[in-house]
Design a protein around this ligand. Structure first.
Ligand code: AMP
Length: 220
């Protein structure tokens, strides 16, 4: 099984790239944000805690996040998976190493998608999501607009702006990214598994570069 990790600031296009790659390779899309959003929708103390953390832009407790991720990873039947939003700090990266020892990973790719601050800010404020199937669109970027305004192309559900998609949350999330997640680039700069991608380009161009790397290396 092949594994892909995407390290990128908020709204750099992790969800979009995951979705494109999953369509092409039939990989499983594992988004800790989606797993946590599902847990947060429950009216339990845990659900309320998760929702508060997500709305503030801070990270959710590691133990809880890792528990959800581990269950999901161990249930995968596909030939590969894309980790969207995990790991987000060094402890999570070390834990992921342990989990991967238990599942059959033949090759791990880590893509660091680097994007300028002004660009991610614009993408962030334009983002709309499908609460039913998780597909992500953008009101301001032509290639990412749904065919019919406000409606999901994939399942026809009405699109929403997520409650954590506001400027205050963005600023906090960017700070958390720079402080805790960006140092992972150094951690993964080993065993030729890290690739730098210029994320200031269109989703199509970014996708092409990632696919070229995966195809150039598909003999494992
Ligand atoms: P995302 O959908 O990846 O943009 O994540 C949305 C929010 O979910 C983040 O701002 C965090 O509050 C929480 N979250 C997602 N992934 C993680 C993670 N790996 N560790 C801790 N919190 C996370």
């Amino acid at each position: 099984m092949r594994g892909i990790i995407l390290i990128a600031p908020p709204a750099a296009g992790k969800g979009t790239q995951s979705s494109l790659l999953c369509k092409k390779y039939k990989f499983a899309h594992v988004s800790t944000g989606d797993l946590l959003r599902e847990a947060a929708s429950k009216d339990t103390p845990e659900g309320i805690y998760i929702k508060e953390k997500m709305n503030s832009g801070e990270l959710v407790d590691n133990e809880l996040t890792i528990k959800l991720l581990e269950e999901k990873l161990k249930s995968i039947k596909a030939s590969g998976f894309i980790l969207d939003g995990f790991p987000r700090d060094l402890d999570q990266a070390k834990k992921l190493d342990q989990i991967m020892d238990e599942i059959d990973i033949t090759r791990l790719y880590v893509f660091h998608i680097d994007v300028d601050l002004e660009i991610v800010k614009m993408r962030y404020t334009g983002r709309v999501a499908c609460p039913s199937c998780g597909e992500i669109y953008n009101k301001f970027i032509d290639e990412l607009k749904p065919s019919q305004e406000g409606i999901c192309d994939k399942c026809g559900h009405e699109l929403i702006t997520r409650s954590d998609d506001n400027e205050k949350t963005f600023n906090k999330r960017f700070e958390v990214y720079a402080d805790k997640t960006k140092p992972l680039i150094k951690f993964y700069n080993r065993e030729k598994m890290l690739y730098h991608i210029d994320g200031n380009r269109s989703a199509k161009e970014i996708n092409k570069q990632i696919v070229d790397i995966l195809e150039g290396d598909n003999n494992d």
